[in-house]
Design a protein around this ligand. Structure first.
Ligand code: SDX
Length: 442
């Protein structure tokens, strides 16, 4: 196949064609350009014309959709939400403002923001019967198991916002998801530590309310530390969306069948749980604790490079970023701010993390494979310092990513050309053969 080379700026190849030659036959596929980023070869007609599928397990070279929401330039280490750089949003904006941006495509006016915040605040409480739903879980259930179960069950309690053909119901479901995820997550945490649930408070902003629901107890006053609330808000912004990552692709695929939004988000949570994806923050902290001291780092770096050893440096590497993950830089700054605020100066994990990063960034293996710290590398240290157990790290990721999943799901559902996602395969199993009765099988 000949065509345009990978590009990270708009190219003039729109209207060009890529020619696929199979034997004596050739097939011309249209090349399409986005506003920025690599062009695509539209192969949707290839099978109909040539009887051939393309083959791309892991989708390393495949665009699954057209989207206007988030753009990543992996080579430059850039991330844009609706065109705005992630570091500017994290440093100057709020998470709810980012939610509005991801959902509607532009930053809200003062009035629009006030209305949006009021609507989200009105939806933070959970149906009272769901409180009993939690007691069905074993008391030592992993909070992510509770999240998958409770979010999947939301359609049983909020059946009046499951008709995806109804624009109003889609919007109500979107507000409910964004508003209730912190409540559901905080309840999953409280249940796992055996403490009473804390109701949402409408006088607190989104992140302060979340921290209050997690760490307040009924028997004494609890004041949310504003520095920690700001850090939480920034962490949510960093994790809000990330184009067609595994869990977002899961939500899109589930949504393409017409499944209700709560079921789609539950599918996304299940996928996010994997250690190669959202579970990496928990795995990264566990790795730093296992390494323990700086003098043991070389042993683990050696293992990470050993092909016969399944060990990998958790929080390092990325399918798209072949440069420093821009979120990791903001995460590292936030980590230092939180540790300083909490007066945690000699955090051994931070010392190990910073030395591990220094060594890895100078090591030929990591340099050659373009393996840099990703967002999960510093998030665990930060969240642990804030008081969260590592079992809650991916839950927090899910709270943040819910708005991204919802925005991407809305974009797909409202695209009149969307169809059910149904990949094909390269079949290498047995060809047709006749049934043999058991007495003839020997
Ligand atoms: C997230 O997609 C997203 O956008 C995800 C995310 C989001 O916001 O949604 O950014 C969130 O999931 C971040 C990634 C968190 N995962 C981890 O930190 C787990 C550790 N990282 C690796 O498992 C890996 O880097 C992945 C899964 C992140 C990426 O895997 P790829 O793109 O399939 O890369 P690969 O496995 O093909 O690796 C390429 C090479 C391999 O060596 P070779 O076979 O070419 O010799 O790099 C090596 C790998 O062995 N490698 C690593 C490594 N990551 C890749 N070697 C050691 N340690 C690592 N961490």
């Amino acid at each position: 196949m000949s065509g345009s080379s990978p590009a990270s700026t708009p190219s003039s190849n729109e209207g060009a064609t890529a020619r696929v030659e199979i034997g004596s036959e050739s097939y011309d596929m249209p090349v399409r350009s986005g506003t920025v980023g690599p062009d695509v070869v539209d192969i949707s007609k290839l099978y109909g014309q040539s009887g051939h599928f393309t083959y791309d397990p892991g989708y390393t070279s495949t665009a699954s959709c057209e989207s206007k929401i988030t753009y990543i330039d992996g080579g430059k280490g850039e991330l844009l939400y609706r065109g705005y750089p992630i570091d500017q949003l994290a440093e100057q904006g709020t998470f709810l403002e980012t939610c509005y941006l991801l959902l509607w495509g532009d930053l809200p006016s003062r009035e629009e923001y006030k209305d949006f915040e009021a609507r989200v605040t009105q939806h933070t409480m959970l149906h009272e019967q769901m409180y009993r739903f939690y007691t069905g879980f074993r008391r030592d259930a992993h909070p992510m198991a509770i999240m998958v179960g409770v979010v999947g069950a939301l359609s049983a309690f909020y059946h009046d916002s499951t008709d995806i053909q109804d624009e109003h119901q889609r919007m109500v479901a979107s507000y409910r998801m964004i508003a209730k995820m912190p409540t559901i997550a905080a309840m999953a945490y409280k249940y796992s530590v055996g403490q009473p649930f804390i109701y949402p408070r409408n006088d607190l902003d989104y992140s302060a309310n979340f921290l209050n629901m997690c760490f307040a107890v009924p028997c004494e006053a609890y004041d949310v530390n504003p520095v920690l609330a700001r850090a939480m808000d920034r962490i949510l912004i960093l994790h809000a969306d990330h184009e067609q990552n595994a869990s977002t692709s899961t939500v899109r695929l589930a949504g393409s069948s017409g499944a209700n939004p709560f079921a789609c988000i539950a599918a996304g949570i299940a996928c996010l749980w994997g250690p190669a994806h959202g579970g990496a923050n928990e795995a990264a902290l566990n790795m730093l604790e296992e390494i323990g001291t700086v003098d043991r780092i070389p042993e683990y770096v050696k293992r990470a490079k050993d092909k016969s050893d399944p060990f990998r440096l958790m929080g390092f590497g990325h399918r798209v970023y072949k440069n420093y993950d821009p979120r990791a830089k903001v995460m590292q700054q936030t980590c230092h701010e939180v540790l300083e605020t909490l007066d945690i100066k000699d955090a051994p994990r931070l010392k190990v993390a910073m030395e591990l990063e220094r060594i890895a960034l100078e090591d030929d293996y990591f340099v050659e494979k373009k393996l840099y710290p990703n967002i999960d590398f510093y998030s665990g240290i930060t969240l642990r310092a804030m008081g969260f157990p590592s079992s809650m790290f991916t839950v927090l990721f899910a709270v943040a990513r819910t708005v991204g999943w919802i925005a991407q799901w809305q974009e797909m559902i409202t695209d009149p050309s969307h169809r059910i996602g149904r990949p094909r395969q390269l079949y290498t199993g047995p060809t047709e053969r006749d049934y043999v009765t058991v007495d003839q099988r020997g």
